[in-house]
Design a protein around this ligand. Sequence first.
Ligand SMILES: C[S@@+](CC[C@H](N)C(=O)[O-])C[C@H]1O[C@@H](n2cnc3c(N)ncnc32)[C@H](O)[C@@H]1O
Length: 341
Amino acid sequence: MRMLYLAVKNRDAESTRRILNDRGYINADVLIEKEGRKVLLPLIWEDKSLVEQGVADLGELTVREGRTKFRPPRSYKDVVDVPRELKDLLPSSFDIIGDVCILKLPDGLADYGDDIAQALTLVNKNIKHVALDRGVIGEYRLRDMEVLLGGPDLETVHIENNIRLKLDPSKVYFSPRLSTERQRIASLTQDERVLDMFCGVGPFALTIARHGRAREIVGIDLNPECIRYMEMNISLNSLEDRVSCYLGDSRDVAPTLGPFDRVVMNLPHSSLDFLEIALNCIERGRIHLYIISETAGVQDTLRMIDDTMINNDRVYSLEGVREVHQYSPDSYMVSLDLHVH
Ligand SMILES: C[S@@+](CC[C@H](N)C(=O)[O-])C[C@H]1O[C@@H](n2cnc3c(N)ncnc32)[C@H](O)[C@@H]1O
């Protein structure tokens, strides 16, 4: 490839390189060359006019065939083919579920989904499918997805907390961002019965079974695909002795299965609507309630919890409030640990 160089005398090479580097003129991707008693310092093409003005006295400008340095790309951003002015819009984080990468793109990058997907698979060899996430919708909390690369079958096996979870992220809800939270809940369990009111494919229930001390964990989900996968995951992890799951609406199913010592309520947009049901499933115990909260705080939620407790003649204390992860630029997923006395 043709490159622009500044040819300088051997003895001036290092001092000139520093001056050019400080001014941002050195092309760090191209090798410095030696030619007789001269050193060729590679310059950035776009800055040719600037270079001519600023460095004319330092050496002689020359154009030659150049050799680029080999650097293994560290991020897909290093190899992706999008216009330079859009690079700042490229997402820095995305979810990887098994071999499926799920990402959101801002409007400015809407035409570059295929290029971004190619770049992601080039840099991360574990990614086989890339899908665009257009948001979570409906009662089953499914992601509205467009497959950009791979597919159409997105079934995969995701490993977290030493458990294996088989799932198809287009048919069930699953978020890999809760793995630390699931470990935390597992670490709190004693010899007890746990209810996972919205179990999905079983990540909370199976993490508790593998790492906690609960003697029994029961999951409920409305989505038949979740229960189909959860049944597979129970046997995939050989946890049939302590984990079971039921298909149905928690409003109807949970009251038939109690009492429990601990209830996990991971349905962040409407978990409060189910608090009364959870209360009816425990005499005394813990409830882990997940909500989406504005950065301003959780005061409104706490007032609603107070009201539900009073209406049900129950006494509780708030044992913990944690930001689990950022949900949007101005909201967080928050966990509330309630101790019902
Ligand atoms: C946010 S997901 C959580 C899944 C799982 N706990 C996890 O961490 O991956 C909520 C789940 O609740 C289920 N769901 C929604 N309404 C329900 C209801 N009334 N009864 C039982 N499950 C319900 C959805 O199908 C979905 O799988």
